[in-house]
Design a binder for this molecule. Structure first.
Ligand SMILES: *Cc1c(COP(=O)(O)O)cnc(C)c1O
Ligand code: SF4
Length: 342
């Protein structure tokens, strides 16, 4: 279309015509409990407890995730994953600071090696969302490497141990690294001959879908290492709109994409929700991998679902879904050589 010069209006500012970059979306994420509560039209009675709980583990949630919540519903399953509440502040016996034994499996700064053949790099402490049930909410991220040079001791262990074939990038969330830093790390890992696979554990494709760019997918597919993406969605309402598009982009670019979820009381501990979650995932090409029993980490006891109930739910799922759509229900036991099937 061509307009005659006399009809041309002043151009709009550039930033309103372009979709935000993931960095912009991250900087626009909600960090103030009061703002979240107002935005969703929730009772202001929630504010004081939210502020107090947020002082221990801050609120953080991107607008894209908030857009998938129902306004005015304090029981919304996405809201409950991110809104700080008073129940987090109580001490419950058995719920500790390092429930999964991370500190005993640290072989170098940032390197956890628990299982045969695969090792995990805590590639950053940052996340784009703060999940209230997070098993690493007390992890001492401040002690882990930041610059590429700081990774050398961990890379030296990987280089010297030819039993390791797969490296997991975890965190925090490894996709919080810029493409440049991620690319450098991947290149460095690809130079270690006995490594064959690179697995990325990230919640960003779910909560900050515009992180999935063509640059990212080509970084992953161009590498000598076979890429595997493990995303983290707990409820079918998460797997819609821009998130659905991001997952399809990953799948269509040839990256094996799996999902892990956590069984969470009042969020996904019912049969219809678990069925819908699996079906949403399968419909976009993502395979349900694990359903985790909650790790007993301080401040998360109110999310716990009894394992007997979890087993009953999985038994029902088996009757309703194809085998590939039923996640493995597992628990993490400190010191065990693999996740423990329940
Ligand atoms: C969960 C985990 C893995 C991955 O286990 P898989 O069963 O291969 O998915 C690897 N390393 C550590 C430290 C883990 O916690
Ligand atoms: S994205 Fe993962 S590591 Fe980050 S807060 Fe949520 S559960 Fe924890």
């Amino acid at each position: 279309m061509s307009l005659s010069p006399t009809l041309v209006e002043p151009p709009l500012p550039a930033d309103t015509t372009l979709p935000p970059t993931w960095h912009e979306s991250l900087s626009q994420a909600i960090r103030d409990p009061e703002l979240l509560i107002h935005k969703l039209g929730l009772s202001t009675d929630l504010i004081d407890a939210a502020r107090e709980a947020a002082s221990q583990f801050p609120l953080l949630v991107p607008l894209s995730f908030v857009a998938r919540m129902r306004c005015g519903d304090p029981q919304d399953p996405l809201l409950k994953q991110v809104l700080p509440i008073g129940a987090e502040l109580g001490q419950v016996p058995g719920f500790t600071l390092d429930a999964v034994g991370d500190s005993n499996s640290r072989r170098a700064p940032g390197l956890l090696h628990k299982y045969q053949g695969r090792a995990l790099l805590v590639s950053t402490g940052a996340c784009a969302v703060h999940c209230r049930y997070c098993f690493r909410r007390h992890y001492p991220y401040g002690d882990e490497p930041r610059r590429l040079e700081d990774w050398e001791p961990a890379l030296a262990v990987l280089e010297s141990d030819s039993s390791i074939h797969e490296v997991l990038l975890s965190g925090g969330d490894p996709l919080m690294l810029t493409d440049g830093r991620l690319g450098n790390l991947i290149e460095r890992l690809a130079s270690i001959p006995h490594l064959r696979r690179l697995r990325i554990h990230s919640r960003l494709p779910i909560v900050l879908p515009n992180r999935v760019t063509g640059t990212l997918t080509s970084l992953l597919t161009r590498s000598r290492l076979t890429p595997i993406m493990v995303v983290h969605a707990n409820h079918p309402h998460e797997v819609v709109d821009d998130c659905e598009q991001a997952l399809k982009t990953l799948v269509r670019s040839g990256i094996t994409t799996l999902n892990q979820a956590v069984l969470l009381r009042g969020i996904n501990d019912d049969l219809p929700t678990l069925i819908q979650l699996s079906e949403r995932l399968i419909d976009v090409g993502v395979i349900p991998y694990y359903l985790h029993q909650l790790d007993q980490v301080q401040g998360t006891a109110h999310f716990e679902v009894d394992a007997q109930r979890g087993k009953a739910l999985i038994a029902e799922l088996r009757q309703q879904l194809p085998g590939y759509a039923v996640p493995r229900y597992v628990r993490e036991d400190a010191g065990a050589k693999h996740k423990t099937p329940i």
